[in-house]
Design a protein around this ligand. Structure first.
Ligand code: HEM
Length: 344
């Protein structure tokens, strides 16, 4: 993407979030066909088309500053959204390296990293951060290294320790989750934290995904897309704060549906980390209101078909039951039934 201006916008209270025409154009619409069911939809995380959300390993867009500010507010209210287990210290430094090196290489207009041996100098111009520190010495940073760096990047990050042929969620910065909790899931294994997901275990998705991930190689990250929907452009749809957003699910009407209901797509990438042998799992969320989405008529038609045919267990799990029919009815007149073929 060309240098976007960072927007002043909110993901709570007055919900002033919106997408520019460019952000809509690059939205990672996740449906290549008319049906949707869980699958092991993992592919290499290779650089994509210039300007797309896949151009760089870590995508920074016009919502960068507003998302970092929303994370700051959430952490102020609830520091437990950042969980760090003591044995993950090598993984903390792995994360500092991964994020700083990627951002400095891909966005030199905003970020710079210089190294003199273990003496590092990091500059994050948009956030006004200029930090010299000694790599490997946590006392030279103002907070734990993992927290320091994940406060400066969009999306949630969960870091898994690998042992006994399994993955354990032993570290995480999670402030924009689709109704799950890192405080609750901390220390759980791959199949344990996926316990609430319907249908997928039965069709072998988690067995195959885990086997694949245990062999993930350093330098060959992979990615997948996941999606859900949300009412209002709220990042913090956590179980902890359910009373603040849960009731919104019954506020959707035929009149406000285009404004109020958002498709929420997660670009999830998985990176093997070099020192710790842990795996970093990034969950980068993209929000688009239905009014914005139907500016691409093809997307409106496709979403209509996906929602009409969605398995009831998935609809319930994703929390769509209260407003799914209202969305389907709103999209129906825009769907002429044309064959959309394969692809987004
Ligand atoms: C859902 C974490 C990898 C498939 C979830 C949930 C969490 C999670 C916390 C929500 C569960 C709940 O409702 O409490 C992770 C982590 C991963 C990972 C930390 C890193 C290894 C994968 C992979 C797949 C996968 C590789 C591949 C198929 C799913 C599916 C859902 C899910 C299908 C349900 C999503 C929905 O319907 O919205 N994951 N996951 N996950 N995960 Fe994963």
């Amino acid at each position: 993407m060309n240098t976007p201006a960072f927007k002043h916008e909110t993901f709570r209270d007055d919900y002033s979030f919106s997408n520019s025409a460019e952000a809509i154009r690059r939205f990672p619409f996740p449906f290549p066909e008319d049906d949707y069911m869980y699958s092991v939809n993992i592919e290499q995380h290779e650089p994509g088309a210039p300007g797309s959300v896949l151009e760089h390993l870590i995508d920074i867009d016009e919502h960068y500053l507003a998302e970092c500010e929303d994370r700051r507010l959430t952490l102020e209210q609830d520091p437990d959204r950042c969980i760090i287990t003591p044995h993950m210290i090598d993984a903390q430094w792995d994360m500092v390296e991964l994020v700083m090196e990627s951002l400095a290489a891909d966005y030199p207009q905003w970020f710079s990293l210089s190294k003199n041996g273990d003496d590092w100098h990091w500059i994050n111009t948009p956030m006004g951060i200029d930090q010299q520190f000694r790599f490997g010495d946590a006392s030279t940073l103002p907070m734990p290294p993992f927290e320091f760096i994940t406060r400066q990047v969009q999306g949630d990050w969960i870091i898994m320790d690998q042992r006994d042929d399994d993955l354990f969620a032993d570290m995480g910065m999670v402030t924009s989750q689709a109704d799950w909790s890192i405080a609750f899931d901390a220390g759980m294994s791959f199949k344990e934290w996926h316990g609430p997901v319907p249908q997928a275990n039965e069709i072998g998705v988690f067995d195959r995904a885990l086997k694949y991930l245990l062999h993930l190689q350093y330098g060959s990250p992979v990615r997948r897309l996941n999606w859900t929907m949300t009412v209002n452009p709220r990042l913090d749809t956590s179980p902890e704060n359910y009373p603040f957003w849960g009731p919104d699910n019954v506020s959707v009407t035929p009149e406000n549906v285009g404004d109020k209901v958002y498709l929420r797509v997660e670009l999830q990438a998985l990176f093997r980390l070099p020192r710790s042998n842990a795996i970093a799992f990034s969950v980068r969320g993209y929000l688009i209101s239905l009014n914005e989405l139907v500016t691409y008529p093809r997307w409106g038609k496709r979403l209509h078909r996906i929602l009409k045919g969605l398995h009831p267990d998935l609809s319930e799990y994703k929390g769509l039951d209260h407003y799914r029919q209202t969305v389907i009815d709103w999209l129906a007149p825009m769907d002429d039934g044309a064959d959309l073929g394969l692809g987004t």
